[in-house]
Design a protein around this ligand. Structure first.
Ligand SMILES: Cc1cc2nc3c(=O)[nH]c(=O)nc-3n(C[C@H](O)[C@H](O)[C@H](O)COP(=O)(O)OP(=O)(O)OC[C@H]3O[C@@H](n4cnc5c(N)ncnc54)[C@H](O)[C@@H]3O)c2cc1C
Length: 380
């Protein structure tokens, strides 16, 4: 097993670190800030533009669409460095990691020309309209209906927990186009403009913060047929493939490890006495972050060798959630009552670690997948 980074990866990491040291203020609030707030969104738009200028916003994209065909390991280095600084790309993360690649894979030449260059330039924000009040884990039961009328689909229904819905320019929207078909069939993907008449976006206060979620209400919203991504009624396979671009998802362990290191550093600098319970919690959390890191690397290695997605991705996702939760425990042990102060690092770490077990497929569902795919246990 080869654990060393190549010279090229090391120099890429050091170039990135120099850039981040210059561009991000000393301790950028993004490490702990509430994603989706107006300040956060504005900052991420500016920052994404800077990354794009350096070729670091979509480095894994083909050169034809503004990428540099970077290796999966270089992409991993980029993700680690940005997440350990609080993910200053903010909402751009979805655009560049799976929405853009999904448009490349299934879009018409016109859709590619229209949507990809603004993503590669960091000029746009997309949101993901999947979940509905009665369709979360069981996404295939979604009911938002799109009915063909001339050159448009007329869409009615609602979406919930839509991150960035209030600041997004476009939505990657899942709709039901055939109500009679078996539920995994009859779903299509529409690329919807967020200023479409009939669309109402309402913020929902969430546990991650006041600005983290929205609800979308669609009443006779007209979306041109030309904005459908992939064949009609085959959206389920389009979206499954799109999400497989993610595999392990965001390297959340990198942010958790950063918060842990910073919290320990703060405690030491203030000369606080650290009791044995906190010492143990910090050790356990640090180990969990390292374990998550190594398990993520196994998945990146599979990708670098062009292997298909495997159950290792589910194991890595579980380890990442555990690392986040253990860091929250360690921060609480180190900082005591500080965790009760709204907006403190420990408070945010705790809330983000709760959200980590729900977003992008819940922790329990990942465990189901590990038991079935990895351990070959029967389905209950
Ligand atoms: C931070 C964050 C950001 C999000 N952003 C978006 C977004 O941008 N767009 C979007 O569409 N959605 C988004 N979501 C919603 C997210 O995708 C859903 O919350 C998630 O899919 C779970 O669905 P649900 O909330 O309906 O819970 P449910 O599916 O109702 O699950 C409730 C509980 O039951 C458990 N459960 C369900 N089924 C099983 C099972 N088969 N076996 C064992 N346990 C089970 C779950 O693990 C969970 O604990 C976001 C959520 C969070 C937390």
């Amino acid at each position: 097993m080869e654990f060393d980074w190549t010279e090229e990866d090391l120099s890429y990491r050091s170039e990135l670190q120099d850039f981040l040291a210059e561009e991000l203020p000393g301790r950028w609030e993004g490490a702990t800030a509430v994603l989706g707030s107006a300040d956060n969104a504005e900052y991420s738009r500016r920052f994404a533009g800077l990354l794009a200028e350096k070729g670091w916003l979509t480095p894994h994209w083909p050169t034809e669409w503004g990428g540099t065909a970077a290796t999966p390991w270089m992409l991993a280095v980029l993700g680690e460095e940005l997440w350990s600084r609080g993910e200053p790309r903010g909402p751009q993360y979805m655009n560049v990691n799976w929405i853009g690649p999904s448009i490349m894979a299934h879009g018409t030449p016109e859709q590619c020309q229209r949507y990809l260059p603004p993503i590669a330039a960091g000029d746009v924000i997309w949101c993901q309209g999947f979940s509905e009040p009665e369709a979360g884990t069981d996404l295939a039961s979604l009911r938002t209906r799109a009915v063909l009328d001339g050159d448009d689909y007329v869409v009615n229904g609602s979406k919930i927990w839509t991150s960035y819905g209030d600041i997004a320019d476009h939505c990657y929207l899942l709709v039901r186009t055939d109500a009679q078909a078996e539920r995994h069939r009859g779903i299509s993907v529409l690329l919807m403009a967020m200023d479409s008449p009939g669309l109402v976006v309402r913020p929902i206060p969430g546990m991650v913060g006041e600005h983290s979620f929205t609800e979308l209400f669609l009443t006779d919203v007209r979306v041109p047929v030309a904005n459908r991504l992939g064949p009609e009624n085959e959206g389920w396979s389009v979206v499954r493939e799109a999400l497989s671009f993610e595999r392990v998802g965001a390297p959340r362990w990198a942010r958790a490890a950063y918060v842990l290191d910073e919290t320990v550093r703060g405690a030491l600098e203030q000369g606080r006495s650290i009791d044995p319970v906190a010492v143990e919690a910090v050790g356990v959390a640090k180990t969990a972050c390292e374990a998550a890191r190594m398990l993520c690397y196994r998945v990146i290695d599979e990708r670098a060798r062009d292997l298909p997605p495997s159950p290792h991705a589910n194991v890595a996702r579980v380890a990442m959630v555990q690392a986040e939760r253990l860091v929250a425990d360690a921060c609480a042990a180190l900082e005591g009552n500080e965790i009760m102060r709204y907006g403190s690092d420990s408070d945010l770490q705790m809330r983000k670690s709760l959200a980590a077990g729900v977003a992008a497929g819940t922790y329990e569902v990942q465990l189901n997948l590990v038991s079935r795919r990895h351990l070959r246990l029967p389905k209950n």
